[in-house]
Write a protein that binds this ligand. Structure first.
Ligand code: SF4
Ligand code: SF4
Length: 375
């Protein structure tokens, strides 16, 4: 397995000239895989770095998500701005995202920390082997296990895969990621003692309920990556939320799918922002208002639906991917792949789910909307 330059604590960065050369960019140049940056986009914004818990990896405090299958030039632009951690999955954008990530990593693999969501069967090596082949690498730095059910976090197959892949060099570290039953999943997962990193869906409105999770992560010296952090906050409010996330211990980095060059630079700028007490108060209030009516993926509605409908998965497609993130393609693909989506037709409008929802989400509206727009 090849050594990585960026992955030790004392030497987090790389020669900018060599790095840009690896990207196929001249220092100060602007040709980005067929895309040309404007004068504003050329402005250099400095990334900050932190140690990812016990891994010792030094990663940028803003990292790139790839749900939207950004083009290769866009990913290279992010790397050129100093972002050195990228996260992808074989199923993002119907397989397009992982192909683009593989191409963007050519020539610079050793400088980038790669996270791979293992959205495939982990009981054998076919899934990870196929993913690594597409990525053009012999290993992922972090293999993330996506677990959305608390009881599943206790399944020994994950520990077995972690040990097997670490031993064979297919991954260096193992992470646990979750967006449903999140707190219980993380608590069960951390009890297993083999994780190096956690990556929960998180937002400002969850600070209090996450306190015990973060305390345990700190105790175990785990790296903490936050995802799905926007949740109704826009513009400067979201920039301040980024600053708030990064002042929350032991958060290491915020992973975010980015849609424009300017957004990359805004996020990097936000990562250096200092908040005052009034900002924190304002954010709390705005997050509370923004989250009212939006799903936090707690899973309550699914567990109580008398028809056995996978309610929260369907709501996630309509509310998170469509309303919140504007990822129409992702919303459609995810919805069409949901095993139980056809069951939505058996909803009897009983309203129990809406009564029990802690965030007053118009669930029935989302079920109907998903079937109308995403089917
Ligand atoms: S719709 Fe409400 S009850 Fe269902 S997962 Fe979302 S927040 Fe929880
Ligand atoms: S309204 Fe529909 S989705 Fe909600 S609990 Fe009743 S049957 Fe299930």
């Amino acid at each position: 397995m090849k050594e990585q330059n960026c992955t030790n604590e004392t030497n987090p960065t790389y020669s900018r000239r060599n790095f840009l050369s690896g990207l196929g960019l001249a220092a100060g140049g602007t040709a980005l895989g067929g895309t040309t940056a404007t004068a504003d986009e050329k402005k250099e914004v400095k990334a900050n770095y932190r140690t990812l818990g016990k891994t010792g990896l030094k990663v940028s405090t803003i990292s790139m998500g790839t749900v939207g299958a950004q083009d290769i030039g866009f990913l290279k632009f992010g790397f050129a701005q100093g972002i050195n951690f990228i996260h992808t999955a074989p199923n993002y954008s119907n397989g397009k995202a992982i192909i683009n990530v593989g191409k963007a990593l050519q020539g610079i693999r050793k400088d980038i920390v790669l996270g791979l969501k293992c959205s495939f069967n982990v009981e054998d090596d076919k899934g990870i082997d196929d993913a690594l082949k597409i990525l053009g690498t012999d290993h992922t730095d972090i293999a993330f296990f996506p677990i959305q059910k608390a009881s599943l976090a206790l399944d020994p197959k994950y520990k077995a895969a972690a040990e097997r892949w670490k031993k064979s060099g297919k991954c260096k570290y193992v992470g646990l990621t979750s967006h449903k039953e999140t707190i219980q999943v993380l608590q069960n997962g951390m009890k297993q003692g083999f994780y190096d990193i956690i990556m929960p869906a998180y937002n400002v409105d969850m600070e209090e309920e996450f306190a015990p999770v973060f305390a345990e992560a700190k105790k175990q010296n785990l790296g903490v990556v936050l995802m799905k952090t926007k949740r109704g906050l826009e513009g400067m409010d979201y920039n301040k939320a980024i600053a708030r996330y990064l002042e929350t211990k032991p958060v290491t980095t915020v992973v975010k799918g980015m849609a424009t060059y300017v957004e990359i630079q805004e996020l990097l700028t936000a990562s250096s922002m200092k908040l005052v007490a009034a900002d924190r108060e304002m954010l709390k209030e705005k997050a509370r208002i923004a989250m009212t009516g939006h799903c936090v993926m707690c899973g309550n509605c699914t567990s109580i639906c008398p028809e056995g409908i996978q309610v929260s998965d369907i709501v996630r497609c309509s509310d998170y991917y469509l309303s919140n993130s504007n990822f129409f393609e992702m919303a459609t693909e995810t919805y069409q792949e949901l095993p139980g989506r056809r069951d939505a037709g058996s909803c009897g409008d009983c309203g129990i789910c809406e009564e029990q929802c802690p965030h007053q989400v118009p669930i029935i509206h989302h079920l109907k909307r998903a079937e109308k727009l995403l089917a």
